[in-house]
Design a protein. Sequence first.
Length: 506
Amino acid sequence: MTQPSRYIKILDTTLRDGEQTPGVSLTLENKIEIAQQLNKLGVDVIEAGFPSSSEGERKVVKEIKKIGLTSQICALSRCTRKDIDAALDCDVDLIHIFIPTSPVQMKYAVNMTPEQVLSSATESIQYIKKCGVKCEFSPMDATRTEMPFLRQICKAAQDAGMNSLNIPDTVGCMIPRTIFELFKELKSFIKVPISVHCHNDFGLAVANSLAAVEAGADQIHVAVNGLGERAGNAALEEVVTTLHVVYDYKTNINTRLLYSTSRLVSSLSGVSVQVNKAIVGENAFAHESGIHTRGVTEQPLTFEPISPEIVGRTRKLVAGKLAGTRGIQVELNEIGIHPNETQLTEIVQRVKELGDKGKAVTDADLIAITSAVMGQVIGKEKIVDLCDMAVITGIKVIPTASVRLTIDGKEYVASETGVGPVDAVLKAIQKLTGNIEKIKLSEYRLEAITGGSNAVAEVIIKVEDEKGNIFSARATREDIVMASVEAMIDGINKCLLKNRNKGKKQ
Ligand code: KIV
Ligand code: ZN
């Protein structure tokens, strides 16, 4: 029997719990940019911050509220007058208050008795409601709270007028079955909407959030790329895609913006996304082995559960030791190279040999092998070419670079400053090429091949176009700046050439 489709609300806490990711610190401008993107994405509620934690944080929440986004703006607060007043001062739509309720946290985190916790929670809810603001109440560490006390405090919070209840699995200790049972029990006496807030300590945050939804949860707290305390929160992109595709439930999220949102948060937070992460990882829609590449080029459903476009991605066929002829042929055809059958067999053979030596086969390696096999220089067609460059660096000068490039044969000059000469020169290149296509550097790796101050350095970079297609390139030189420039220009050319070739095919 098919279940009627349900609407599940999404509260995004990237700017609050997400920022609690160790090592992450976002500026006001970063947070505003992320809030605008979350709004475009369609999240129902943005938890913008914890106003009482610092003056800066209060300013962030105020500024985000002032933009006038469609998403509701929520502020986090402890159950104290000072915290609540700081949240009220930000004029938010919703205040999310929390207080520990598990024995271990009541004793060691706040040193309060259950009676004190109970009265503090109810007084805080009543105060917020008296001020005319909506309130979501979280019994923190709910999933390690003794059930009679959890029942008691949730009922008291309901009587005090909370608008919604949130159940945090603060240390991620639930499994789908136990959280399902907990939500079933809560749904039997809580009449307001219930949210679920799962942490990923055992890698179960998404599964637990979905189990809570199966038991009746109305809203899920998530963070982009699964950012958050310790192992993080339930990942927005995984939760939403599963709700849409597997459950056939509705959310307000425009899934086509999931990948660009993930990239934005990754670049601003400095937390890279693991390559094999579901939905947004570099390999989530990449295929290498022969049987897979043949399958997906004939019929994508053979090895893809969804079309990558649904989440704003494109499919990628990768050369490697498991690669098949069909995948490599498609990859080469996409950049305008058409080897004959014998040449193709030889190219595949050499790619496999390289892979067998334990080497990751980059786009550059595939082009080099193909050039050798076809006996002609290919892939050297350039849209962008370097004419000249100069860098200045020192103790008292800001590292500055000027570059002169030709783009489609026409000359352009730009200068940029940076944290160092490499940063400055790569920014100057991107400034010029940005006029034809926004291509940004998504990864930069420097390896010394030989020792000593005249060591040969290998620079390996990845660049990314606006659709999230990633291209790798490498260059080897004694001069790190020159190696970086060569790799960058090579990566940009690959990207531009591929996109132009695609354009021609249509
Ligand atoms: O994980 C947690 O318990 C929290 C609370 C502040 C709700 O983030
Ligand atoms: Zn949390």
